[in-house]
Design a protein around this ligand. Structure first.
Ligand code: BGC
Length: 746
């Protein structure tokens, strides 16, 4: 056919008409979609309804087998399946759940674990490795937790998942707990504040957030078999409040029940915990999922007592649950409630309306946020003679020693990567300052301490020694202006620590190096407290925790004073293991015959040291800054009608540098009786502020009634003891600066 201009014009006009018709049709379609009645066929897709109503409508449309498919995971997982999946219902437009770990950043058990052994060619699933939760707690700054939660939520969604397994709210009962690094420390109030802001921020990214491990999961080596035996008051005052705070103050999608038993009853079939307290008393309307594989141990008891979803498979909640429902052993109404709770959160967090896509993470943004969090989490423990901060213009030779600070041990430049294609439970090889187990992140970009320090001091000669030969390291230190020794511990899920000693013979290394160079600085990269028999030999110690992928940049900026350290300990550092609340009693730690007696009761952490008059190495709430010195004055405590108090005081920076302070408010309570004794003080509020030298600020904080109450087991309720109360304000649990007597309103 010959080409004709007329024909070409006619064709173009026809195309334009066709395009216009398409646009019009699309417009009508959009109008129809948004017109009233557009969701007539699928009313649960109407986003103007409440999540609860939408869940009810979807539930009403589901078949029995669709309901049964939602109450358990689809194990085995593979490849990038995260930590587990639950089938969706495409017929109803309801996506499946894709669940991934998130304590330290987005981890990915399926990608890293046993299945990876079978498919080693799979690329590792990379994400931002944040400082560990215990580090974030050391910031004593809920905005830091929120920043971490924001990264976790954003990357969970960016990698295509819609449920984050984060929000660990277990208490450090004993610092030998192998998962201390994943906790938010030893105090229920601090943990509650931090986990609430973190979980809220995860949820803000339209990812279902969670809390775990409910409850009293405070050791790991025997978690599958042991019973945490504790009285109701201890449970309510120490081990539940962090969960309670989060459930009552932010939308929580899922609570994971723990592996352990509580007073002999499996946590995942514990009616008192799951139904009476969590769902009925706290009004939690999300779903309870079991911890992975061994978390569920029955069908009927678990379903009837409050477990809503078995993970990651359906050993008990697959065919056995179908049978149990058929025979009336689990009521249909209970199955409906299990499904309703799950669907409700899927609507509430937007994962039905806005399904997550695997778009990839913004690694540069994550690295920068990881650095900022690490900088605000490090705790300066000692700085004798102001040896820190270092002056890059006068420090000519720097020895960097030990701790795999050059990242060479695994063949990839990282201080915190565990090349870990192991089945669970994974142990962190001694090489890396990062905790092992399900929270392990394969970091997207890593800056080692050696790289960070070298970049920060370009004019200096920076030399690394791996520290395996203390004499060789000491000789390098002797030739250097300053020696920086990196030291670490080993923590991993599935294990507990035998002691609080540093790894790799670091104690002897530090002593040798310190003997050779009086300007020896120790940087600890630990998941919790360690003992420090060498402390008097060194002038400076910085606790950097497991600092995440941007460790090197953050540590260099802290050591050289670009950032003034501002962290405070979220956990007491004991002088010796003999001082621990559980010391000398195998019944208390690690337990005997699978029973762990929480005989220390509410005297956990600083509550124990205060009660017994034991001086710890470093108390809860402690931390220094460069040139910061703060005066406290003008305390006023006024009772509020609801039983709480308004507390005001003034803080002034009387030091020489702009620095941060964390004023801590403690409630000092009378004993209800000779048999019900209260700890000398309990954290009730805190804030973090930054002041220039000479500047002061008035602090106003509100304490709620709970700050002054104890759990009365006879009345099964919170109560106020008769007697005298005071409010104490200080810079740590052991450094009380102001105190005022006070009578709470009954
Ligand atoms: C851990 C949980 C984790 C789960 C899934 C379990 O072993 O206890 O914290 O979320 O695995 O990875």
């Amino acid at each position: 056919m010959l080409f004709s201009p007329c024909r070409a014009e006619a064709t173009a006009a026809a195309s334009r008409r066709f395009a216009a018709a398409l646009v019009a049709a699309a417009g009508i379609a959009v109008l129809l979609m948004t017109a009233p009645g557009a969701h007539a066929a699928r009313p649960w897709m109407d986003a103007s309804r409440t999540p609860q109503d939408r869940a009810k409508l979807a539930l009403a449309a589901m078949t029995q087998s669709e309901k049964l498919a939602i109450v358990h995971g689809d194990f085995p997982c593979a490849g990038d399946a995260g930590d587990g999946t639950v089938s969706g219902i495409p017929r109803l437009g309801i996506p499946g759940l894709s669940i991934v770990g998130g304590d330290v950043g987005v981890s990915n058990v399926c990608n890293r674990s046993a299945l990876r052994l079978l498919a080693p060619w799979l690329p590792p699933a990379e994400a931002t490795e944040l400082p560990a939760p215990v580090a974030r707690a050391a910031s004593w700054d809920p905005s830091v937790s929120a920043k971490a939660g924001g990264v976790i939520g954003r990357e969970t969604r960016a990698l295509g998942y819609n449920v984050s397994l984060s929000g660990m709210a277990n208490i450090v009962r004993d610092p030998r707990f192998g998962r201390s690094f994943e906790t938010l420390g030893e105090d229920p109030y601090l943990s509650g504040r931090m986990v609430t802001s973190e979980a809220g921020a995860v949820g803000d990214q339209r990812v279902v957030n969670g809390l775990k491990h409910f409850a009293a999961n405070n050791n790991d080596a025997t978690r599958f078999t042991s019973s945490s035996d504790l009285d109701e008051r201890t449970l309510r005052e120490i081990y539940l409040p962090a969960f309670e705070t989060a459930v009552k103050n932010t939308e929580i999608g899922a609570v994971m029940c723990s592996y352990n038993r509580v007073n002999s009853v499996h946590a995942c079939e514990h009616r008192h915990l799951l139904t009476d307290i969590l769902k009925n008393s706290w009004d939690f309307h999300g779903w309870v999922m079991s911890d992975w594989i061994l978390g569920t141990s029955s069908t009927i008891a678990s379903a009837n007592n409050g477990l809503d979803q078995e993970q990651p498979a359906g050993f008990f909640f697959g065919a056995p649950l179908a049978l149990a429902v058929t025979f009336g052993l689990v009521p249909r109404s209970r199955l409906d409630n299990m499904v309703l709770r799950t669907l409700r959160e899927m609507f509430a967090f937007g994962i039905v309306d806005d399904p997550a896509e695997n778009d990839g993470i913004d690694a540069a943004a994550g690295a920068s946020e990881a650095r900022q969090i690490a900088e605000r989490s490090a705790v300066l423990l000692k700085n004798q003679g102001d040896v820190l901060p270092l002056d890059a213009s006068t420090t000519r030779t720097i020895a960097v020693i030990g701790g795999n600070a050059d990242g060479s041990s695994d063949g990839r430049a990282t201080t915190s990567l565990i090349p870990n294609p192991e089945p669970l439970p994974q142990r962190a090889p001694t090489g890396y300052p990062s905790g092992g187990g399900s929270s392990l992140v394969w970091p997207a970009r890593v800056v080692t301490p050696l790289a960070g320090i070298s970049a920060r001091a370009p004019g200096a000669s920076v030399t690394y020694d791996d520290g395996t030969d203390p004499a060789r390291a000491a000789s390098l230190a002797a030739r250097s202006d300053v020696a920086i020794v990196f030291a670490r511990d080993t923590q991993a899920e599935g294990t507990d620590r035998a002691n609080l000693t540093l790894d790799d013979g670091a104690e002897a290394l530090i002593s040798s190096v310190a003997a050779a160079n009086s300007r020896t600085i120790v940087v600890l990269e630990t998941g919790g407290p360690v003992t420090m028999p060498w402390l008097t030999r060194v002038p400076a110690v910085l606790e950097a925790w497991y600092p995440g992928e941007s460790a090197g940049r953050a540590i260099a900026r802290l050591l050289f004073g670009d950032v003034n350290p501002s962290g405070r300990l979220p956990v007491t550092f004991p002088a010796s293991e003999a001082d621990l609340p559980t010391a000398g009693s195998a019944n208390q730690w690690p337990g005997v015959n699978n029973k762990i007696a929480y005989r220390e009761g509410v005297f956990v952490g600083y509550r124990w040291y205060d009660e017994r008059g034991i001086t710890p190495l470093f108390p809860f709430g402690y931390g220094l800054s460069y040139g910061g010195s703060f005066d406290y004055s003008a305390l006023s405590v006024v009772a509020t009608a609801g039983g709480g108090a308004d507390v005001s005081f003034r803080v002034r920076n009387s030091g020489t540098r702009r620095a941060s302070e964390v004023p801590q408010v403690y409630a000092e309570l009378p004993d209800p009786s000779s048999t019900v004794t209260q700890p000398p003080r309990a954290l009730a509020q805190f804030t973090k502020l930054t002041l220039d030298p000479g500047a002061s600020t008035d602090v106003h904080l509100t304490l709620d009634a709970r700050a002054f109450q104890y759990w009365d087991v006879r009345r099964n309720d919170w109560a106020l003891a008769p007697g005298s109360y005071s409010v104490a304000v200080g810079a740590s649990s052991s450094d009380i600066r102001l105190r005022q007597g006070f009578v709470p309103a009954a």
